[in-house]
Design a protein around this ligand. Structure first.
Ligand code: F6P
Length: 329
């Protein structure tokens, strides 16, 4: 495969919010490079590391014993400087000094946006791997970290359920998802929540209040899951509004926050990340560039950065309908 390719040195980095499974992706990218006789460099702290020349060779051993860990051994950052023309010029200069021909960029929409700008300005092939717990990128059914984050949220909901039941309380549990309800909807379904509030759907709060006014469940406790990006309000606001409608309810809020970003990646995330890291390198060696690698219906696909960023991935409508059936019966 690499005989026809002019690429001899590939740089790998992680960028944006970390996601469990990023290490597995780095490991796969590094080892695939080595398998094909390509020199591989690790760039520390994403685009900031490119600008500040934090670039060092990696070996098969440097990615040993990392597949099971959350976080990222390459560190990560959200770089303001890379948004400037000067920052990108410095990054390109550093890459050329190291003789790096191509990049594997692991991250979310900010990472893809940076890669798109960079590849428009400079002749440097880049392939992105979707690494974000939000699962909000088109071009892959799932993103690295989503499965683990959802399992973390479900685990927390199970625990909250115990205390909610013991005290007959109503809990609003806020999960991550800056502009998306993928974690919220999946965690609500798996956690048996009584309702879920997500940015993709409108008026769920009003509908829920009306439903509870007309047909209050016999069960005295309830769990509602709120995506942090929900336009009707965040968990504290919704809990307050709920309390106003139901003064007798004993309401509490739990914001899960960054606990969802850490921890041991699930087997699904490790496998997905390994496939994506390996196919990012293979794609570069086959001459692909300016694209994100993904898995759709179990098959590897490559999607232009533009489409992966702007082709918003909607929530699974079937899951939404099922959620409505299960919570309104
Ligand atoms: O994009 C991933 C994500 O975890 C979002 O769900 C969340 O809104 C954001 O990152 C938090 O970012 P930070 O770690 O910079 O506070």
């Amino acid at each position: 495969m690499s005989e026809n390719s002019t690429i001899k040195k590939i740089g790998v980095f992680t960028s944006g919010g970390d996601a469990p499974g990023m290490n597995a992706c780095v490991r796969a990218a590094v080892r695939t490079c080595i398998y094909f006789g390509i020199d591989v460099y690790g760039i520390t702290a994403g685009y900031d590391g490119l600008i500040n020349n934090r670039i060092a060779p990696m070996t098969a051993a440097s990615v040993g014993n990392i597949i099971q860990y959350g976080g990222t051994i390459l560190k990560t950052a959200r770089s303001k400087e890379f948004r400037t023309v000067e920052g990108r010029a410095m990054a390109y200069k550093n890459l050329k000094e190291h003789g790096i021909d191509a990049l594997v960029a692991i991250g979310g929409d900010g990472t893809y946006t940076g890669a798109l700008a960079f590849s428009k300005e400079y002749d440097i092939p880049i392939i992105g791997c979707p690494g974000t717990i939000d699962n909000d990128l088109a071009g892959s059914d799932f993103t690295i970290g989503f499965d683990t984050a959802t399992n973390t949220a479900v685990d927390a909901i199970d625990k909250i359920r115990d205390t909610a039941d013991a005290h007959n309380r109503v809990f609003f549990v806020e999960v991550m998802g800056r502009h998306s309800g993928h974690i919220a909807l999946n965690a609500a379904l798996a956690g048996g929540a009584e309702g879920v509030f997500i940015p993709e759907k409108e008026n769920e709060f009003t509908e829920l209040v009306n439903f509870h006014k007309n047909k209050r469940r016999e069960k005295q406790f309830s769990i509602f899951v709120v995506a942090e990006g929900d336009e009707q309000g965040r968990a504290y606001e919704l809990a307050k509004a709920y309390q106003e409608h139901f003064p007798e309810a004993d309401t509490r809020v739990t914001v899960l926050g960054h606990i969802q970003r850490g921890g041991k990646p699930s087997a699904n995330d490790r496998i997905l990340a390994s496939r994506l890291g390996a196919h990012a390198v293979k794609g570069l060696l086959e001459g692909k560039h300016g694209v994100a690698v993904g898995v759709i219906n179990q098959e590897i696909v490559y999607t232009p950065f533009q489409d992966a960023i702007y082709g918003k991935k909607d929530i699974n409508e079937n899951l939404w309908v099922m959620n409505c059936i299960l919570t309104r019966s």
